[in-house]
Design a protein around this ligand. Structure first.
Ligand SMILES: [Fe+2]
Length: 202
């Protein structure tokens, strides 16, 4: 089964600046995503995107929400339509006249699967947060204190342990850091305290 999208252009440039309201995004999220674990993952990635947009890119609230929306909805079709992963959510957002930058970020979050290269900083950060966020959350679940006291050393140890969260691609994580020009440790330090604030999918 190929998830290749077969195209690299998304949405219409005339839709620039048009994003979903928070209520509409929430409605789509809750209707499409039923798996509680996936909900937590998508909320975590959304929140990390928002924090990065605010703290590192110094974007205004509107653009912060744009980044958050890309993170919040990036796996929206994975739960109920895995064979159409990425394709379905992209087409939905195109039909709703959403800003092509958001659609492109979602389409490039797994370039080996979807055949779309991460180009903008928003693309690259979504790709970078996706896998690493999942591994760090899996690590928190096996620690008695959860995120409490978690440090870089522990995360790096889990990264080296191939059997831990084996479905998380270490190659993708390194590739994403290289593309975003961010050190792996810097990304881990950014994720731990922020992600600790989002442990529920509701
Ligand atoms: Fe994801």
């Amino acid at each position: 089964m190929s998830l290749h999208l077969g195209r690299t252009e998304f949405g219409a440039s005339s839709n620039k600046g048009h994003i979903l309201s928070k209520e509409a995004a929430e409605q789509l999220f809750n209707e499409w995503v039923l798996n509680p674990k996936l909900k937590v993952h998508m909320r975590q990635v959304g929140y990390l995107m928002k924090c990065w947009a605010a703290e590192k890119e110094h974007l205004d609230e509107n653009d912060q929400w744009k980044w958050e929306m890309a993170g919040l909805l990036h796996d929206a079709d994975w739960d109920q339509w895995p064979d159409l992963h990425c394709k379905k959510i992209i087409e939905e957002l195109e039909q709703r006249d959403i800003d092509p930058e958001v659609i492109r970020a979602i389409a490039s979050h797994g370039h080996l699967h979807f055949g779309v290269e991460p180009v903008t900083q928003m693309d690259k950060m979504l790709y970078a947060f996706d896998e690493l966020s999942g591994l760090i959350h899996a690590y928190s679940l096996m620690r008695p204190g959860g995120y409490e006291g978690m440090d870089i050393k522990g995360v790096n140890k889990r990264l080296k342990e191939k059997s831990f969260a084996a479905n998380v691609s270490r190659e993708d994580i390194q590739d994403a850091c290289n593309r975003a020009a961010i050190g792996l440790d810097e990304l881990i330090i950014f994720i731990i305290p922020r992600q600790a604030a989002v442990t529920s999918g509701n």
